[in-house]
Design a protein. Structure first.
Lengths: 392, 181
């Protein structure tokens, strides 16, 4: 009897982590089955418009140079990566692009979950943090809303953590490639990635400057900061070339989105769509990450190793996406500063804002989910859960 | 004692995870957000995400795509609301007045206004004139509220029965397609 119990406990110890991750994936799959269980994929978010471009690409063998939107006939400058992916999969399998875009939505959603799991693991060097981040993925309404529709942003939500994963690993070639593909996936995703990497680079330059002042290895740190510019340059150049090729200009000032300031304010009810428990554990996670190095007593056990680079990247991601999310407050803030300084210094307002606040918000939710993974780990460690001391 | 405590801890963690899943997918309820008059709905994930599952377009509109593919030219343009237009784009690659990406469209706000007016006006001559102005050959008229960028409206369907301006060329219980004469 004891033998059987021992064997059973052994099996649980060996496989519980894999089973837990599998269960999370299955729950994510279960909720998304409704995408294809109908006569058409969910249509909010211009999903069928993208299907139209995919169908036209398949029919003609070329990515259309003119639009089929709003009367058609004008240049199509929408970046092609997502549409080409769906069209390619459709050609390869013979499945209609409408059905394929539904199937790929489910597949990409699962890949987003998995890339967030892997990135959380890499940022913490702890598999449990990755698992908890995956768990919070299925608890977040906002990430669910944007991973159940056939949109280019869906692929963007994969590309951002995918590219940042290679930044964390300092695999600059892959980071550059990832950034270039991101630039061709979704314009707003490109803006988010560039903002996160840009702020991260600023942090790295500051660190290099401080190292120089303290006469520590400043050269190495400076190189690190300069390398971080490579994916930003890659993304911006790739997009610039694409826009010059399709529109013949680098300016976007004439686009309807900018002129009409497309986007919704992220108010409290929308902000809560991050997920109540995600936000609670995000707060705990932030405290845990900010706490710095683990106490010496924990060193022998399986724990987290959150390097300075990881901390800087996490904070760059949070700050950049929060600024983008609340960009409707930037101009009022500038005006307030101008009023208080009494005209001594006049900071010009930024004409493109407000813009796409609710769309940038989704990328904040991604990092909130990852940080919530740290939060859950911190809580369970605090209550003394033995299992966390052993690598699964 | 330590074994019991461990068991209690693990039980608590499993219970916590189940409670989280319950609030995300099963627990119903509406709660007022403190310091605001806004409500927050449970089950958190389902209440927020389920509405985005909506298809808006009807099965009959989907069915009409086969007729459009078979009996209209690739260059024919449709008057359709955003959701109907995107269905037509997606299944037939035909162009409509609205729908899709408005980023560098010449005058998207005007065509939104035109489309909205074509559906809402009771004057067949006005609807006809606007459809012609936007170079449209057909009007897709679904039996549901339409959204052309301004508001959800059912509009006036009777005007399309005027044989001087429009001719019914396809119908099923969900949608009628009229030729602009």
């Amino acid at each position: 009897m004891d033998d059987v119990r021992g064997q059973l406990l052994g099996l649980i110890k060996k496989y519980w982590f894999t089973v837990a991750l599998l269960l999370i994936v299955l729950i994510a799959l279960w909720y998304r089955m409704g995408i294809i269980n109908n006569y058409v994929v969910p249509t909010y978010g211009n999903t069928m418009y993208h299907v139209g471009i995919e169908r036209l690409t398949i029919e003609t063998g070329y990515y259309p140079s003119t639009e089929i939107s709003y009367g058609g006939g004008f240049p199509n400058f929408y970046v092609p990566a997502y549409r080409m992916l769906i069209a390619s999969m459709s050609v390869a399998t013979g499945i209609d692009p409408m059905v394929m875009s539904g199937l790929m939505t489910i597949a990409i959603a699962i890949f987003i979950l998995l890339v967030m799991f892997v990135l959380a693991y890499r940022l913490s060097d702890n598999l449990y943090v990755g698992l908890f981040a995956a768990f919070f993925f299925i608890l977040s309404p906002e990430i669910t809303v944007f991973t159940m529709r056939s949109l280019p942003e869906l692929l963007g939500l994969f590309m951002v953590p995918f590219t940042l994963y290679f930044v964390v690993r300092k695999n600059w070639f892959m980071a550059v490639m990832g950034a270039a593909v991101t630039a061709l996936t979704h314009q707003m995703t490109l803006a988010t990635l560039a903002a996160v990497l840009g702020l991260y680079a600023v942090f790295l330059f500051i660190r290099a400057g401080l190292a120089y002042v303290k006469k520590e290895k400043a050269g190495e740190k400076l190189k690190e900061a300069l390398r971080c510019l490579a994916p930003i340059i890659s993304a911006c150049v790739t997009y610039g070339v694409w826009q010059m090729y399709t529109l013949g200009t680098l300016s976007l000032m004439g686009t309807a989105q900018l002129k009409n300031h497309e986007g919704n304010t992220v108010d409290l009810p929308l902000f809560l769509r991050t997920g109540i428990f995600v936000l609670i554990f995000f707060a705990i996670g932030l405290v845990y990450i900010s706490r710095g190095k683990a106490p010496r007593a924990e060193k022998a056990e399986y724990g987290t190793t959150i390097g300075a680079d990881s901390v800087l990247l996490i904070f760059a991601w949070i700050i950049a996406t929060l600024v983008l999310t609340f960009n409707d407050h930037i101009n009022p803030l500038i005006q307030l500063i101008n009023a208080y300084t009494g005209g001594i210094v006049t900071i010009p307002t930024i004409s493109i804002f407000p813009l796409f606040m609710d769309r940038f918000f989704t990328f904040f939710v991604q990092i909130a989910i990852i940080v919530a993974g740290f939060g859950m780990y911190a809580l369970l460690k605090a209550i003394g859960l033995d299992v966390l001391k052993v690598k699964p | 004692m330590s074994g019991f405590l461990d068991l209690a801890r693990y039980g608590l963690v499993v219970l916590m995870c189940l409670v989280f899943l319950y609030t995300a997918y099963f627990m119903g309820g509406t709660y007022t957000i403190p310091l605001t008059s806004d409500n927050y709905f449970f089950p958190e994930v389902k209440a927020n995400a389920d509405p985005w599952y909506s298809r808006v377009v009807t099965p009959g509109e989907m069915e009409s795509a086969a007729w459009i593919n078979a009996f209209t030219n690739k260059s024919d343009k449709f008057v359709a609301d955003i959701f109907g237009a995107e269905l037509i784009m997606g299944m037939t690659t035909r162009v409509s007045t609205v729908g899709g990406d408005w980023a560098n469209a010449p005058d998207p706000v005007k065509v939104m206004s035109d489309t909205n007016r074509i559906y809402t006006t009771s004057d067949p001559a006005e609807a006809y004139q606007l459809a012609k102005e936007d170079n449209c050959s057909y009007v897709s008229l679904p039996d549901r509220d339409t959204f052309s960028g301004y508001e959800w409206v059912y509009g006036d369907h009777n005007k399309f029965e005027d044989p001087e301006f429009f001719q019914l060329v396809y119908e099923n219980p969900d949608v009628k397609i009229y030729k602009v004469l």
